[in-house]
Design a protein around this ligand. Structure first.
Ligand code: GDP
Ligand code: NAG
Ligand code: NAG
Ligand code: MG
Length: 393
């Protein structure tokens, strides 16, 4: 059989292209994780149409219809704690996520508030999606300051936190919010049958079209936690969090996972502006305003014991323990680190930080740029530490 010359040329070109692809993807293997830099603009394999990992893409047209009867959806929800006064910021965040992802999958939204949502809030958020919306009031026993918190000690502590310039230290609702996000939200009856959630805050942005079912990806790949950005925390907001954790571990060594990320948690970092770490904890944490997680993490015996220990110690009020360091420490100690996934392909911003992949599917952010704020903010990024100890999985 003879092959016409243009066809031969085509075959040569295809072989050449395949070789290039092989070289490209061999070059982006996890072994290069330790040299990750923010300016390395690798194409994200999950966003690349020529390289969609088998099994994660289910672009069925009938399986994700809106409403309770969706056949392909698993038990998962988009979850937002939000105030009535943040309606416009919530609509903006919803519009971004609906446009880039959820209009293809129609996962329900569940909104939480410590007071009832207004009719206007419900009407306008309902109008922003084809998916179901649920509006839930947080029961007082999940939100109120616990009885064992001493008011005088709280007031004295706030003074000290303010001297150390800890933002929101004097806002009791901020402490309540951090505690609720740490150890309460998953106890709400509205989440009883849910397996996964994706946390969304008002005013955040999403930049990239993502064509696969993120929740199914978590399930199919045995992942329990997904993040986009990790940052260092202000050590003065959590001085006794790690010492309390060490006490807890002495009482409950059985909860520590054999494939833990302890070396990541205790990494000795050098940051001139924050003179080292928080009494043994590096302060590197998953930035939880973005969080995709399996609720069974928080419903586990390990986490229940840990949260109760922390809650009794009082640091959600006497200090300003955030749900980000609390979740991060728990994940680093009690979870198999290989089940934690960096969603490099989800373009995301919560002021003042971005996760911006290199892909034509992203619009509105600058590839690889961490912040459009002041230059020192770039030093807050600690993703390279995660990649160093755990890899890019
Ligand atoms: N309903 C309600 N939501 C709150 C309250 N405080 C904070 N939030 C929500 O909790 C999230 C984090 O609060 P935010 O002010 O963004 O804190 P920051 O991101 O740490 O600056 C946002 O989704 C807020 O809407 C509160 O008192 N009531
Ligand atoms: C999913 O939710 C339904 C009720 O909405 C429940 O019957 C079912 O058991 C749930 N599945 C899982 C795996 O939790
Ligand atoms: C998922 O991960 C857990 C924890 O490491 C492990 O025990 C389990 O075997 C894994 N399951 C699959 C299907 O790989
Ligand atoms: Mg916020």
């Amino acid at each position: 059989m003879t092959i016409a010359r243009p066809v031969r040329a085509l075959i040569v070109a295809v072989v050449f292209a395949v070789c290039l692809l092989v070289v490209h993807f061999a070059g982006s293997s996890p072994s290069k994780a330790s040299v990750f830099k923010l300016d390395s603009h690798e194409r994200d394999p999950n966003l690349d149409p020529t390289h969609e990992p088998e099994g994660i893409l289910r672009r069925t047209s009938k399986g994700y219809l809106p409403g309770p009867e969706g056949t392909e959806r698993i038990n998962a929800t988009l979850l937002a704690l939000v105030r009535n006064g943040e309606l416009s910021g919530m609509l903006q965040a919803m519009n971004d996520l609906e446009r880039t992802w959820n209009h293809k999958f129609n996962y329900p939204w569940t909104f939480f508030n410590d007071v009832p949502f207004t009719e206007e809030f419900k009407r306008r958020t309902r109008a922003a999606t084809k998916a179901e919306c649920h509006y839930e009031v947080i029961p007082d026993e999940h939100w109120a300051k616990p009885a064992w918190i001493d008011d005088d000690l709280y007031r004295e502590s706030v003074k000290m936190l303010k001297e150390n310039e800890i933002q929101y230290a004097d806002k009791i609702s901020y402490h309540q919010m951090c505690r609720w996000n740490s150890g309460m939200f998953y106890r709400h009856p509205a989440l009883e049958h849910m397996q996964f959630y994706w946390r969304v805050e008002p005013k955040v942005h999403f930049f990239c079209d993502v064509d696969y079912d993120i929740f199914r990806y978590m399930q199919d790949n045995n992942k329990t936690y997904g993040f986009t950005i990790t940052l260092y925390d202000a050590p003065h907001s959590i001085p006794t969090l790690w010492p309390e954790t060490v006490k807890f571990l002495a009482e409950h060594p059985e909860h520590v996972h054999s494939n833990n990320a302890m070396d990541w948690l205790t990494d000795r970092v050098r940051r001139p502006e924050h003179n080292a770490n928080a009494n043994g904890y590096s302060t590197c944490h998953f930035w939880t305003n973005f969080e995709i997680a399996d609720l069974s993490l928080w419903r586990s015996k390990a986490y229940e014991d840990y949260f109760n220990h922390l809650d009794r110690a009082g640091g959600f009020f006497y200090e300003r323990w955030g749900d980000a360091p609390v979740h991060s420490i728990a994940l680093g100690l009690f979870e198999d680190k290989s089940r934690i996934h960096w969603f490099r392909d989800i373009g995301y911003q919560h002021i003042p930080f971005f996760n911006c992949p290199n892909s034509p599917k992203c619009k509105g952010c600058v590839t690889g740029r961490l912040t459009d704020g002041e230059a020192w903010l770039n030093r807050e990024d600690c993703r390279p530490n995660w990649f160093k100890f755990v890899g890019m999985g």
